[in-house]
Structure formats: structure tokens, C-alpha cells
Design a protein around this ligand. Structure first.
Ligand SMILES: [Zn+2]
Ligand SMILES: [Zn+2]
Length: 754
């Protein structure tokens, strides 16, 4: 047995290591998938490479059962990038690969796209009368769904009706339907839309981007409405002309249908769109098309950063400040940061775009690591909105709205212009309280108040399984209001009497989007109000429909959460009201002012596109706060200057480096006790300087979903020292018996400190 036949395999397991196996002759190359025995089961792993120093005695090595890829699934470049990511985030390589690969590949399916079906109605099928389905509601549903689209995938049909296949086979026989085994890529059928003329600063940005053909990082800081997307599009056109591929990352595709649409209409090349709405075969198909170079443009959310490209030419990260680029559980990577690393390794340019860049990226500009491209004006001379503060110390609130705001909303209605009312709180009221004894409805599983909701879906499943079969079978009337926990999803009935004092004087306190919608409807009975939040857009296609209504001018007032601040253009909105701006001013998280500023600037930027100037009104109890002063001047740099100085003084990122050890357990003190133990274990491993260990503390919301949580912050002045310490610390923690009694995780470069 020659040594070269031992290979290191990444196995999907939480263990922070790879495993050695004996490979058959003609050993699989690095990057190929193999089926292997692991413990008592068989699983699919990825070969990382040959090893000459197996970690176990030769006679104990197990054999690979089957080699699944003749040609390696991942090339050396992709594999090395994933290994780098696993190393940087101190996360098991097996789980990193799980994140990077489409689910079918993880399960061992062949790396081909056979079987991707697309069903559509024939002309005869479309001509059928609705009456055909009078007694067949299931068939009618399928027919209507197919009639409404050019075609549906097997996955989509399965979602509509599990027994669709024999039905459609019948229809195909009758000549009503047909199936194509096509491709997952969307191609623009019509002629591509011509590029508009660029402003001087757009042209400058484009020429800087296309002038770089090796690694260079750019920060494209363009105020809202300044045309960042046009810069991406024109830079991408040049990349495509050179026969290379562009990878475009966006925060959430569901929230940015307009952006995807613009890409589709501009280019007549296949575009692979990777998002959470894809079924498994569509995802596999898009992934393979990107890898083979058949998709010149790959557009996707966070995890698309791992998509292999045959001929990478450019990476775009749109809205680079957006928090959704950071994965908050499992493999806690930051897609923007990884995109920069990837561009560097692939030696291609990358552009990070935002109207409100992260302080980290601004700092990188100051350090000379990123080149700054600025779009300081809006095309067509559209003016920036004027910002006004409504001083709530002097202005009484009428059900959450200040009088001058109501007056301005009225003016807009009069002038047939749209208004947007923003508050980052869904539901009807954030607190449900008894007026007599001050009892407040709380979640039984979290340290949190329950939120009063109206229009709760009747089909909602009860969250607890405590119902007896008898109770479950009893018909219940549809529920219209309920108390929901926004942290664990628990649902309670709204008590008619106070559980503490039996009083009936119970009421929802404060405002959520539903209440604001109701208040506005009362004040302006003739206004057409559209509410956009997680509840109103839960149904597939609902958001798209609402956005279309708004665009078509079928809405007067938009009420919503931060979903409204993401990417959509509302050219007819001339007034933006921000209701609960103060929430982020004095939070325990050092990043909250940054997020607040970004959010207000983003949502405010939705106003006054086109030729009509917009206005932003912010309700606040702190009108003198420096953050609001900078907002009035639209001075992002002044704000950033101030915020960066504070971060420097505190040694926080980007001037220092953080890691957060989190723990949770069902018993009150177990998590905290474990972190205390971890703190002691760390002492002998600490470098002399550069790394600081804070005391373990209970998390700001200690109890969540019935588990008690605690955290321990590690702060360092040098990245290298931090990672060296973490490596040693983890090797001790991973083998410590106490670590098996709680659930714990390590977050490198955390973006939220709770
Ligand atoms: Zn009471
Ligand atoms: Zn809860």
C-alpha cells in the first residue's frame, strides 16, 4: 500500500478537522466527492488532497466506498478559497463545504442537469374554458397557475399540488400541456435595452472599474438615486465583452425584483439567479451553469459568494453595508468580506456599492486599501430631500403621529403625491398592558413582551403541542387578533381579562405598522394605504403585487418597516416620515447609531426622485443629537468621522478585532458558568499583549425560546494575535467535557453583539 493513496476528506460534521481515508487506485483528485463510511453511517465528503502523514494508524484507515466525480467538482482555486474561509472563521471544513454546495450535490447526486423540467400549456391548453374544471378544483388550480406563466418547474408544480405529475401527463397526451427539459437560466427574449448616457461621475466610476483587470477593491459611494446600478451594468458589459463572468451579490433578491429585472432587460446573455426561492434542481442547474461558464452573469444573495466561476472577471457587492451579508448562525461568515478575499485570490477587481457605506469600508478607503468612487449627485438634477426634525418634547402625539406630520400627509393627498411612513416595528402594538395593575403580556419562553397583532392568519399552526386530541378537533372560530413573540414565534390568545387582577381595562400600548395603518385610515378615510412588512408580504408574490400597485399610482400612503428602505424606487413619493427614530440612538450595541443613520438615509432616499423635491420628517425626542444634525446636512462623511473617532477610542472595529463566544443552555446559570470556565481555560493561552478577554455576561435578552444565553467578548488590537489565540483556545474547548453540556458557538467579526 503506497502512502499517496491516503486522502484527506472534508466530512459534514461539527468536528473541526478533516478525516483520512484509503482511496482506490487512481485516487480521486482534490475537489471530487466521495461516498465514505463515517461512524455508523455512510455520508458524502469532498477530497481535500492527498496526505503523506495520516492521522491514524494505516491498518485503521477506512476505505472510500465510491468516487462520485470523475472530474473534480471543485477546482483547486475554489477549494483553496473554502479552506481559507474555514480557517479564518474557525469553522469545520465539512460544514463550510455544506454551505457552499447545492443540496443535491451534498447528497451525492450527479453533477449534471438532467431532469430539469419546465411545464407549460399549449395553445389548445390555454384555450380551454374555465368551466372545464368545474368539478375539479385541484386541476383548475394547476391550470390557472400554468396559464398565468410561460412555464413552471417541477418544483413549483409540486408546491401547488403534490399529485400534479399524472395529471399533467394526461394533459400532455391530450395536447393541452408540454414539457421541456430545459435550462434554469433566464435569458432576455427581446432586444436588450440601450444604456442611458452617464453623468460625469458615473462615467468616471465606470472607467476606473474597467481600467482595472487585476485585483483592486473599489468603494462606490453613491447617494440614493445617483445611479450606482448603471455603473455596475456598464462595467459588467465590458467584462462580458472580454469573455469573462461577473458575480453580483445583493442583500435579498425577494426585496429587489426591480434590480434583477434591470439586469435581465439590459443583457441578452443567460443570467443565473441564485436565491432562496429556487428548488433543489434549479439551484444545482444554476450553480453548474456558473461553474461551466455558461452563465456570464451570476446574481445571488449571501451564499452565492461561494459559486465557482469558470472565467471570473468582476465581483459586485451591492448595498455592501447590509447586515444580511452576515450569516447569523452555523457558519457565521460575512459574504462581503469573503467577496473581497475571493477577488484578491482570483486577482480580479471588486466593487462594493452603497449610499451609506459601512464604517469598515470607509476606513479601508482611508487606509488606502480601497479606491473611493463617488457619485455625489442625482442624474436629471433631482434635488436631495429636505430633512426636518419634529421635536416630540414640544409636539403632542396623536396616536403616534405629530400634528405637523398629519398636516403634511394631508397636503400630499391634496396634491396627489405619495407619502411613505416608516417605522421599524411590525404588528399592532408592541406592548399589551392592564391599566389597573400594570400587568404586561410577556412571552413564557423569552425575556420579551408579546406584540399585539391583528389579522393573524387563521391557518397558523399553534406553536405548542399541548392541545388534547379533543380540543384540536373542536372547530374554532377564525382568530383575528393574537399576541405574538417576535423572538421565538410563540403565539398566545389575547386575554379578555387581566390574568393578574381580572380587570377588563386591557390595551395595546405604542404603535406598530398595523396600528399606524389603522390610524391613517381613520384620519384619511379616502386615502389608499398600502402596508409593507413581513406580515403583509408573507404570501409568495404579495410584495411584487404591492410594489406594482404603488408604481401604478394606486396607493397614496405607504406604511412599512425597513423592507421599504431596500432597493425599491418610489418616484412619486415626496414625503417620508420616520416615526420611531430614537430606538437606535442609545442601544447597548456599538453599531446601532451606524445602522440607524444608514436606515434613515436609505428610506429618506426613496423620496423626491424624478423632478419633484422630497421631504423627510423625523419624529424624535432628541433633536439636538449629532446624528440628526448630520442627517439634516446629508453629510455621511461628517457622521462617519464622528462615529469612527468613537470606535477608535473604544478599540472597536475597524480599529480593533472582535470575536464573540456565545453559549446557551436550558438551565439558568449553565451558560454563564461554562463561559466562566472558558475564561479560566483561556488564561494560560493569552498572548502577553494585543488580546483582551471581557468578563462573561448574560446576553441582553437572556432568555430566548426557553434557553438562557450568555456571551464572552474577545477584543484584540491585532488580527493575527486574535486568531492565534482563538486557535489554541478552541483546541482546548473542543475537548473539554464541560463544553459538551451547553450549546456554544464562536462568532468571528460579529456584527451584532447580542
Ligand atoms: Zn391587571
Ligand atoms: Zn418568545
Amino acid at each position: 500500500m503506497s502512502e499517496s493513496r491516503v486522502v484527506r476528506v472534508a466530512v459534514p460534521t461539527p468536528l473541526r478537522r478533516a478525516f483520512d481515508y484509503l482511496a482506490p487506485t487512481g485516487a480521486p483528485l482534490a475537489g471530487a466527492r466521495v461516498r465514505i463510511p463515517f461512524g455508523r453511517r455512510e455520508t458524502v465528503g469532498v477530497v481535500l488532497g492527498a496526505t503523506t502523514e495520516p492521522g491514524v494508524a494505516p491498518h485503521k484507515l477506512k476505505r472510500i466506498s465510491a468516487v462520485l466525480d470523475e472530474v473534480p467538482l471543485l477546482d483547486g482555486q475554489s477549494l483553496a478559497f473554502l479552506e481559507w474561509a474555514a480557517d479564518y472563521y474557525h469553522h469545520p471544513i465539512g460544514e463550510v463545504l455544506q454551505t457552499a454546495l447545492p443540496v443535491l450535490l451534498r447528497q451525492g447526486a450527479p453533477a449534471t442537469v438532467a431532469g430539469l423540467e419546465q411545464w407549460s400549456l399549449t395553445v389548445a391548453g390555454r384555450a380551454l374554458a374555465v368551466d372545464t374544471w368545474k368539478r375539479a378544483p385541484r386541476q383548475r388550480r394547476l391550470w390557472e397557475a400554468l396559464a398565468a406563466t410561460p412555464g413552471l418547474s417541477a418544483g413549483a408544480l409540486g408546491g401547488l399540488s403534490p399529485g400534479w405529475r399524472p395529471l399533467l401527463a394526461q394533459w400532455a397526451e391530450r395536447g393541452w400541456a408540454r414539457v421541456e427539459h430545459g435550462d434554469c437560466l433566464s435569458v432576455n427574449a427581446g432586444p436588450p435595452v440601450a444604456s442611458p448616457a452617464l453623468t460625469a461621475s458615473q462615467a468616471q466610476a465606470v472607467s476606473a472599474l474597467v481600467g482595472a483587470d487585476t485585483y483592486r477593491a473599489f468603494l462606490l459611494h453613491g447617494i440614493t438615486g445617483s445611479g450606482k446600478t448603471e455603473v455596475y451594468l456598464q462595467a459588467i458589459a465590458r467584462v462580458l465583452a472580454a469573455g469573462r463572468q461577473a458575480l453580483v451579490l445583493v442583500p435579498e433578491i425577494g426585496l429587489t425584483p426591480q434590480l434583477v429585472d434591470r439586469f435581465r432587460r439590459r443583457f441578452s446573455v443567460p443570467i443565473a439567479v441564485l436565491h432562496s426561492g429556487l428548488n433543489d434542481s434549479e439551484r444545482l442547474c444554476a450553480w453548474l451553469a456558473a461553474r461551466a461558464g455558461r452563465a456570464p452573469i451570476v446574481l445571488g444573495t449571501r451564499s452565492a459568494v461561494f459559486t465557482p466561476l469558470a472565467r471570473p472577471g468582476l465581483i459586485v457587492v451591492d448595498e455592501e453595508h447590509d447586515l444580511s451579508y452576515k450569516q447569523q448562525d452555523g457558519f457565521r461568515y460575512h459574504a462581503r468580506d469573503l467577496a473581497v478575499v475571493r477577488a484578491h485570490r482570483d486577482d480580479i477587481p471588486i466593487v462594493l456599492g452603497s449610499a451609506t457605506p459601512s464604517l469598515e469600508s470607509l476606513h479601508n478607503v482611508r487606509q488606502g486599501r480601497y479606491a473611493l468612487l463617488e457619485l455625489p449627485e442625482r442624474p436629471g438634477a433631482a434635488a436631495l430631500p429636505q430633512v426636518h426634525l419634529l421635536d416630540l418634547r414640544r409636539l403632542p402625539l396623536i396616536e403616534g403621529l405629530a400634528q405637523p406630520l398629519l398636516k403634511h400627509l394631508d397636503d400630499r393627498l391634496e396634491r396627489r403625491e405619495q407619502s411613505l411612513v416608516f417605522l421599524n416595528r411590525r404588528g399592532f402594538a408592541p406592548v399589551y398592558m392592564c391599566y389597573d395593575c400594570r400587568w404586561i403580556a410577556s412571552c413564557t419562553r423569552c425575556d420579551a413582551h408579546m406584540t399585539l397583532h391583528r389579522d393573524v392568519r387563521v391557518s397558523r399552526e399553534p406553536p405548542t403541542g399541548r392541545q388534547t386530541p379533543h380540543a384540536a378537533s373542536r372547530e374554532r372560530p377564525p382568530r383575528h387578533t393574537a399576541l405574538l413573540c417576535h423572538h421565538c414565534g410563540a403565539e398566545q390568545r389575547v386575554p379578555a381579562r387581566c390574568p393578574a387582577c381580572a380587570s377588563e381595562r386591557l390595551e395595546g400600548i405604542g404603535e406598530g405598522t398595523q396600528r399606524v395603518e389603522a390610524v391613517l385610515a381613520r384620519h384619511f378615510p379616502r386615502a389608499r394605504i398600502v402596508r409593507i412588512d413581513r406580515d403583509s408580504t408573507r404570501r409568495k408574490g404579495a410584495l411584487q403585487g404591492q410594489l406594482e400597485r404603488i408604481q401604478a399610482g394606486e396607493a397614496d400612503i405607504l406604511v412599512g418597516t425597513q423592507m421599504l428602505s431596500k432597493g425599491h424606487d418610489f418616484p412619486n413619493v415626496t414625503l417620508v416620515a420616520v416615526l420611531n427614530a430614537d430606538q437606535g440612538l442609545y442601544s447597548s450595541d456599538f453599531r446601532s447609531p451606524e445602522h440607524l443613520f444608514q436606515q434613515i438615509l436609505q428610506v429618506g432616499g426613496r423620496a423626491g426622485r424624478a423632478e419633484r423635491p422630497g421631504e423627510v420628517m423625523i419624529q424624535t425626542f432628541y433633536p439636538d443629537h449629532a446624528l440628526f444634525m448630520a442627517l439634516i446636512d446629508h453629510d455621511y462623511h461628517a457622521f462617519a468621522e464622528h462615529a469612527l473617532a468613537e470606535r477608535r477610542d473604544a478599540g472597536y472595529p475597524p480599529f480593533g478585532y472582535l470575536a464573540l463566544l456565545r453559549a446557551e443552555a436550558p438551565a439558568t446559570s449553565a451558560a454563564l458558568a461554562f463561559l466562566g470556565h472558558a475564561h479560566r481555560l483561556a488564561q494560560p493561552l493569552m498572548p502577553e499583549r494585543g488580546v483582551q478577554l471581557m468578563d462573561p455576561v448574560a446576553s441582553p435578552m437572556e432568555r430566548r425560546a426557553g434557553r438562557y444565553r450568555a456571551q464572552l467578548l474577545v477584543q484584540a488590537s491585532q488580527r493575527g494575535a486574535l486568531h492565534e489565540f482563538i486557535r489554541k483556545w478552541l483546541s482546548v474547548l473542543d475537548t473539554d467535557p464541560a463544553a459538551k453540556r451547553v450549546r456554544w458557538s464562536l462568532d468571528i467579526d460579529p456584527v451584532m453583539l447580542f
